[in-house]
Structure formats: structure tokens, C-alpha cells
Design a protein around this ligand. Structure first.
Ligand code: ADP
Length: 382
């Protein structure tokens, strides 16, 4: 699979490089032909003789009086005319002069042609390197995207396989039994039910990650506090089960947001704070506005995140070992990547500060709305 993609990419890279090279060479060859023709257009001078002397085809004019002009000089009486002044010549001399001129012009043409050919060969070699480099650069983002997609598909299939394998094994065990007690059947169904739930949440997570990006039409002026209250309401039952207190101290902040997705990001952060906190602990929600940016902090007193896990926790499917080992925390490592994607779409930033065994603080930075800025200015004035 990977090999096929690599083959496809290197073929495409080669094709693109050849296209670039053809464009470069068409330009170079056309330029060379035009340059050659323009440069050799004037190399057709012929001495005609006679007292009117001497004329090149088209561009040379006879001198006014050459009998008293013993030397050959060239001047430019006008832009497109050149004048050649020579002493009087007999027919033989004129023929010799003409054949010499022809020879010289022929040599000049051959020289020019050779130089242009060499220049084109150099352009071909240099162009090949440049074209390959350009093709490499052009395809790089596509290769990265393909890599990411492949990794995503591989990770997703891997995660899907585990619950499916568990369900299959359970069913096989049940089917292999000649006699099945009601209790055994119920236990198998319960286990399968739990795995189906996991599969459902995994597929929902995958769908969330592939949702179409938000557009400016989706954004509205909203109170961040309202979204936080809504998110708390959604997780409050989970907090109650562990006797965890959620202390919401967020001041009033107005932002431009898509309400349901930002609430979803908040739910993910609160859900994690509950999942990774001990019973009876407190989750603190606070916030502030500085330099037109709103800061929302969700601070827990949970297991914290080890420094070597911290750089990875926003990656898809990444789970720290501490989380994996907790039997009741059967996440997929998708929550934070979904939350980060949502915050990014709000032109914000999701970050974390954590120390193992002490707790974590997740912070969302969001630009405040113009309305909030106006409101706070009015507050400052009064
Ligand atoms: P999940 O929680 O489903 O494993 P997430 O993407 O939400 O996936 O989180 C990724 C990892 O980050 C978790 O496995 C856990 O190790 C760590 N993590 C997230 N939030 C917290 C938190 N509040 N406290 C401690 N660890 C956390």
C-alpha cells in the first residue's frame, strides 16, 4: 500500500518535473531563435560598387563623397542607418571584399549558433535540476497530507480492530458452549454492549475530526460563560459520581464563536479533567482578558501529564501510559485533537501546563469580539 503510493508520487514528481522542464526549454529555445534571427538580420551587407558605392541590403547608405575619404569608418547618422566610407574600388576588389564579408558573416553566424546551442544545453541541464527541485517542493504538502491520511487510516483501523476482536472472541466462546446459562449469556451481551459503545464513540470521534471546517457564517457573538455553563451541565453527572466539584469563576467575556463546537471542546476538556482526577477533588474554571485575547483556564488536581507525554497529547490516538493503564478510562486519544482542531478553527490556541501527580491546567486563548472590547472600554470609563 505504502509502496504503491511512493511509486505513484515519484511518477507524478517525474511528470511534473518534465512539464516544468518543457516549459523552461520552450522559453529558452524560442528566446534563442528570436535572438539569433535578430542578431543575424544585419549580417547581409554586400558591396555593390560604382561611385554611389556601397550598399548593404537595407541598412547601409553610400557615402556622400568617398573619393577623398581614404579610410574606412563607421558612424551612426541615424538610429537605423549605418554608413560605410571606403576608397574607390574596382570590380575585383569588390568581389573579394564581398566574399570576405560573406565568410566573416558565415563564421559569425556559426559562432553565434554554437554559443546559443551551448547555452541551451546548459539551460537543459540546469533546468532539469531546477524542475526536479520545483516538482519536489510542489508535491511536498501533498505528500505530507497523504502521509497524515495514511497514518490516520492505519491508526483508526487499528483502534477499530480491538473492540471487534474482543466481541468476536466473546461470541465464539458463547457459541462453543453446548449449554449456556442465562448469567453467562448476559455477561457476554454486556461485554459486547460495552464494546459497541466504544465503537460508537470511536466512530463519532472520527466523524468529528473529518467535519467540514467552520466558515465565517457559522460564527456569532456569544458569551463564553454561557458555553461553559452548558458544558458543565453536560458533565456534571460524571463529576457527581466521583464527588468532584466544578468551581466556575469565569468573568463575563464576549467572543465570536460557533456555539456547539466550542461547547464540545469545553466538554472534552472537562470530561478529561474528571476522568484523570481523584475522587473528591476540585476542578477550577477561571479566565481573564488581556490585549484583546480571552484566556480560559480549566485546572484540575488530577494525575497530571509526564513531560515526555506533553508534546504528544494533542496528536490523534495518543494516550499517555498512565491513562491507558486506568481500566475505567477507555478513551481513544481523540478528544484533545478534536478540541484543538475546534479551537484552531476559532483562531485560538489550546495549551497545557501540567506536572505529574499534581494536576493539569488546560488554557484556551480566543480573540474577544469587538463588542466585548467596546463594552470593557465603557466599563473602564465609568
Ligand atoms: P483520551 O482521554 O480519550 O485518552 P484525549 O485526546 O482526550 O484522549 O487525551 C489524550 C491523553 O492526554 C490522555 O490519554 C491522557 O493521557 C492525557 N490527558 C488529557 N487530559 C488530561 C488531564 N486533564 N489530566 C491528565 N492527563 C490528561
Amino acid at each position: 500500500m505504502r509502496l504503491i503510493n511512493l511509486d505513484k508520487i515519484s511518477n507524478t514528481r517525474l511528470k511534473l518535473a518534465l512539464t516544468y522542464l518543457s516549459i523552461i526549454m520552450v522559453l529558452f529555445v524560442s528566446f534563442s531563435i528570436i535572438f539569433y534571427q535578430a542578431s543575424t538580420a544585419n549580417l547581409q551587407i554586400k558591396v555593390i560598387g560604382g561611385p554611389e558605392a556601397l550598399v548593404g541590403t537595407g541598412t547601409l547608405s553610400p557615402p556622400p563623397d568617398f573619393t577623398n575619404q581614404p579610410s574606412v569608418t563607421s558612424t551612426s547618422p541615424s538610429d537605423d542607418q549605418k554608413m560605410l566610407q571606403v576608397p574607390p574600388l574596382n570590380q575585383d576588389e569588390i568581389t573579394k571584399l564581398n566574399s570576405k564579408l560573406e565568410d566573416t558573416f558565415a563564421k559569425l553566424k556559426v559562432n553565434l549558433r554554437n554559443q546559443l546551442i551551448i547555452l541551451n544545453v546548459i539551460a537543459l541541464v540546469a533546468g532539469a535540476f531546477i524542475s526536479y527541485y520545483l516538482a519536489l517542493k510542489t508535491l511536498q504538502p501533498i505528500e505530507l497530507a497523504m502521509d497524515a491520511q495514511e497514518r490516520f487510516t492505519a491508526d483508526a483501523s487499528h483502534e477499530l480492530r480491538t473492540p471487534l476482536a474482543i466481541m468476536q472472541a466473546e461470541i465464539e466462546v458463547v457459541l462453543a458452549k453446548k449449554e449456556l446459562s442465562l448469567a453467562r449469556a448476559k455477561a457476554a451481551l454486556e461485554s459486547n454492549y460495552a464494546e459497541v459503545g466504544r465503537l460508537k464513540s470511536l466512530s463519532e470521534g472520527l466523524l468529528d475530526l473529518t467535519k467540514a471546517p467552520l466558515t465565517s457564517k457559522d460564527f456569532k457573538e456569544l458569551k463564553l460563560n454561557k458555553l461553559v455553563t452548558e458544558a458543565i451541565n453536560r458533565v456534571v453527572k460524571l463529576a457527581q459520581i466521583k464527588d468532584i466539584t466544578i468551581d466556575d469563576q469565569l468573568p463575563k467575556i464576549i467572543i465570536n464563536a460557533e456555539g456547539s463546537s466550542l461547547t464540545q471542546a469545553l466538554v472534552i476538556l472537562l470530561d478529561n479533567a474528571i476522568k484523570y482526577s481523584p475522587e473528591g477533588s476540585v476542578i477550577q474554571i477561571s479566565g481573564s482578558v488581556e490585549n484583546k485575547t480571552a484566556y480560559l483556564n480549566i485546572e484540575d488536581q488530577g494525575i497530571g501529564i509526564k513531560p515526555n507525554d506533553l508534546p504528544h497529547i494533542f496528536e490523534r490516538f495518543y494516550r499517555a501510559d498512565t491513562a491507558r493503564n486506568q481500566a475505567n478510562n477507555k478513551g481513544y486519544g481523540l478528544g484533545l485533537s478534536i478540541a484543538k482542531q475546534i479551537v484552531d478553527q476559532h483562531s485560538g490556541k489550546l495549551s497545557v501546563v501540567s506536572s505529574a501527580k499534581k494536576g493539569s491546567t488546560f488554557t484556551i486563548n480566543l480573540p474577544v469580539s469587538d463588542h466585548h472590547r467596546g463594552a470593557s472600554k465603557r466599563n473602564e470609563q465609568t
